[in-house]
Write a protein that binds this ligand. Structure first.
Ligand code: SF4
Length: 407
């Protein structure tokens, strides 16, 4: 299903293209006779096209009030876009025909286009390779479980943090996503679920109508793009938007202290997850260069001092790499550095991307690491990467597709 139609493509060579031609606007949105005051079109040359999915409901309400319309119309449009998943939310019933020209003439509903969709034969996780308006590629992964279906979203095209074991880190940062491109991944995935009701039929899992949880663990360091991420979370948690509880949204960071402070000031109850990967400062700096700017000790101190985080519990992501960070010595130090913090640890055996450089850990190393944490009273889970058959590791599909294209 083409979610970005030919008309939109013509409009948006990239985002923020300026309308500078009044006759074009007339051609695109022919006015219903007698319903659009002339004044609405007189300043059209000032409009910059924005993605509808980046606009919070409050802004839409203000636009309605400014145009002399009841603010409640904004709720109707929001429900139509996020609950009913309409292609054109302005056509929802009970809305005046003149509403879009009056309050949303500069807004286009732009969703990422699924260039490839891969469904795992084993666990039914779904990997989306999305093409954005400017042709950039990003990934999202849908992960069904017994009580929830989680979407892992991307926040950047590439990433500047250059963690040595990460596919995305090898790309470098190409650009940040805007809030609408983040929200758009969720809307597009919800549409996919609606269009594929038999998706989980032969597994012993409940059928889900909608995504229930979000993790910002896809491409990019979310807190390097904190404004867009915070804006997207506002729309995700709007009861008339995606309607997700804040406790169902986790933002993973490699330890971006500045971004953490900013995000917690806007959404104090959001759940943070720390990609820790080594408890020793020097060793961590080698595999995660961000540690040179914001050492792990400072990050953990900030979490201890953030009352909401210690109260909810902080998720620690620990990718285990053979011979790099999988020894008992690392497990003991992990217990020491997290002392006093309410943590839950996910151990993730490395999904090998370049076996000549990094290998996944031996099963025995994972077991003794897990048992040591468990013995120290830490909640710990071993999580194997979902969708092993569909290249579900972060950045893997984009980089593999780029290689395939280059060959
Ligand atoms: S692990 Fe995360 S922060 Fe590090 S390079 Fe990959 S995407 Fe960026």
């Amino acid at each position: 299903m083409p979610w970005i139609d030919g008309r939109n493509r013509a409009l948006h060579g990239g985002f923020a293209q300026i309308f500078d031609c009044k006759p074009v606007v007339h051609e695109l949105f022919p006015p219903a006779t007698g319903q659009i005051p002339d004044t609405d079109l007189n300043h059209i040359s000032d409009f910059i096209v924005r993605n509808f999915y980046s606009i919070p409901r409050i802004e839409l309400e203000q636009r309605c009030l400014g145009a002399g319309m009841p603010g409640v119309h904004a709720s109707t449009v929001f429900r139509a876009a996020y609950k009913s998943l309409l292609d054109d939310p302005w056509t929802a019933s009970n809305l005046p025909v003149a509403m879009r020209p009056a309050v949303g003439l500069d807004l286009e509903t732009i969703l990422p286009e699924p260039a490839r969709v891969l469904v795992s034969r084993y666990d039914r996780s779904v990997k989306f390779l999305f093409r954005l308006e400017d042709g950039s590629m990003i990934e999202s992964v849908l992960m069904p479980e017994r009580r929830r279906v989680t979407l892992c979203v991307s926040s950047q095209v590439g990433c500047r943090q250059a963690c040595t074991f990460c596919h995305t880190g090898r790309m470098g940062l190409l650009r940040n996503l805007d809030a609408g491109e983040v929200v758009g991944q969720v809307v597009a995935a919800n549409r996919w679920i609606a269009a594929n009701p038999g998706w989980l039929e032969d597994l012993n899992l409940p059928s889900f109508q909608r995504i229930t949880n979000i993790v910002f663990m896809g491409m990019g360091e979310p807190l390097d793009n904190v404004d867009s991420v915070a804006g997207a979370i506002t729309i995700m948690t709007d009861p008339l938007g995606l309607g997700l509880a804040l406790r169902r949204i986790s933002v993973s960071t490699a330890g971006h202290l500045e971004g953490m402070a900013k995000l917690l000031a806007i959404h104090p109850d959001v759940r943070l997850a720390i990609s820790l990967h080594s408890p020793f400062e020097a060793e961590r700096s080698k595999i995660m260069p961000i540690n040179r700017k914001w050492p792990l000790g400072d990050v953990l101190r900030a979490l201890r001092e953030a009352p909401t985080q210690n109260q909810h519990g902080v998720l620690i992501q620990y990718t285990m790499i053979d011979g790099v960070n999988d020894s008992l010595r690392h497990a003991e130090e992990l217990v020491r550095v997290t002392n006093g913090l309410n943590v839950k640890v996910n151990l993730i055996p490395l999904n090998e991307i370049d076996p000549s450089r990094f290998r996944g850990p031996a099963a025995a190393a994972v077991e003794s690491f897990r048992d040591h944490l468990h013995g120290a009273g830490i909640r710990v889970m071993v999580r194997y990467s979902k969708g092993q058959d569909i290249a579900a590791a972060c950045g893997q599909l984009v980089t593999e597709t780029a290689w395939a294209t280059a060959r």
